[in-house]
Design a protein around this ligand. Structure first.
Ligand SMILES: [Zn+2]
Length: 380
């Protein structure tokens, strides 16, 4: 099934088995950047690595048998489901309880397999965080149309027709009645825009969208702004060229492009602020090593990380501190162990300490600062 909303995620997170563990599997299947073969090889390597890891776990026979069947079914699923257009897949499986959920994702996740008591849903929430519930409001002199756009999909919400008054223009010498008729028509159009704005607010109360994209003639834009409820003005993030008579796919393309642009601008703004803070020696750090050090000290307010950036590292088995290359934990003197992806652990650690995590789509200026950085809580 498709990734839909937080509700779906929450119902997944409620699954828990008393007897068995659940396998969570994430695979990047972005065919724009990866060939089908590369995707299958990545899946195979992930599953092989997970089998080795599972064999090393100290678990009961039944629990291992269930995990083993999870991995077998995931292997089958991968060989059969690599033709879809989704950018990623997530599978949550607990065969001991006959539980299975596969989800097609609109954005590539970080490849991984986890065994835990519950489905691991954080990557889903990261993906959902990228998308907004958008209302597209297109209005012309004779009609208005509304769409909902979410995660690259469009659905019509409502339409409104405005019939212009028809007048007999004969019997007029000085143009007075023509002007009177024009005024009458304009008043009628004005009324239509007002009605359409009110309808937008009614839809907002029902649909609770995050963003509003507006398509209208330039001449009516300032009027419309006045008619729109202040809640809607706050949510209005941009204007579209689309008209009510345009095809759905054209409207969708324009709306998705604008959403991408707005996301990109927001990401650039975060990186710009981070770089400014770094350059003035303020409350920020960059690079894996320094960022991990500050995470260990619970000083990170916002972790800023390049999307799907990964690096091997070390973890202290006692204090769970993360390091890039320390063989011995400087804090407790215990020998550290390897972690496949210390960036992923860093994201987890940030969540545990209630820090925000911002993902930046590469390439960006963050690449020049070690692909990772953080805003700090206070000056040390
Ligand atoms: Zn330690």
């Amino acid at each position: 099934m498709k990734l839909l909303d937080r509700q779906q995620m929450e119902s997944l997170s409620r699954f828990k088995s008393e007897k068995f563990l659940t396998t969570s599997f994430f695979l990047n299947t972005d065919k724009g950047h990866l060939s089908r073969k590369e995707i299958l090889v990545a899946a195979k390597n992930l599953i092989t690595e997970a089998r080795t890891r599972m064999d090393g776990l100290d678990l009961g026979k039944d629990i291992k048998a269930s995990l083993c069947r999870d991995l077998d079914n995931i292997t089958d699923f991968c060989s059969q489901n690599m033709t879809s257009n989704s950018q990623g897949v997530a599978v949550f499986s607990c065969q001991g309880e006959r539980f299975w959920e596969d989800i097609h994702l609109p954005h590539p996740p970080r490849n991984r397999i986890l065994f835990d008591h519950n489905p691991y849903i954080r990557p889903l929430s990261q993906i959902l965080g990228r998308y907004h519930r958008i209302c597209v409001f297109l209005v012309g002199r004779q009609s208005a149309k509304w769409y909902s756009v979410l995660m690259g999909e469009i659905a019509p919400l409502d339409t409104l027709a405005n019939e212009l008054p028809v007048h007999d223009k004969e019997g007029d010498f000085d143009g007075t009645s023509v002007r009177r008729i024009e005024r009458h028509v304009e008043a009628h159009v004005h009324d239509h825009y007002k009605k359409a704005s009110q309808r937008t607010f009614d839809l907002f109360k029902k649909e609770k969208f995050d963003w509003l994209f507006l398509g209208c003639e330039d001449g009516f834009f300032s009027d419309l702004e006045l008619f729109l409820h202040s809640y809607l003005r706050d949510r209005m993030k941009g204007r579209l060229k689309a008209k009510p008579s345009d095809r759905d796919d054209k409207v969708l393309k324009e709306a998705v492009d604008l959403e991408d642009q707005l996301n990109k601008a927001a990401e650039e703004e975060i990186v710009r602020r981070l770089v400014a803070e770094l350059e003035k020696g303020g409350l920020a750090v960059s690079g894996v090593k320094e960022t991990l050090r500050r995470l260990n000290q619970v000083e990170v307010q916002t972790l800023v990380v390049t999307h799907n950036f990964a690096a091997t590292g070390k973890i202290c088995p006692k204090c769970r501190f993360l390091y890039l290359d320390e063989a011995v934990c400087p804090s407790c003197q215990k020998a550290t162990g390897p972690v496949v992806d210390v960036v992923d652990e860093a994201i987890e650690s940030a969540f545990r300490s209630h820090a925000e995590v911002k993902h930046i789509t590469p390439p960006s200026k963050l690449d020049h600062y070690g692909k990772i950085g953080a805003f700090l809580r206070y000056k040390v």
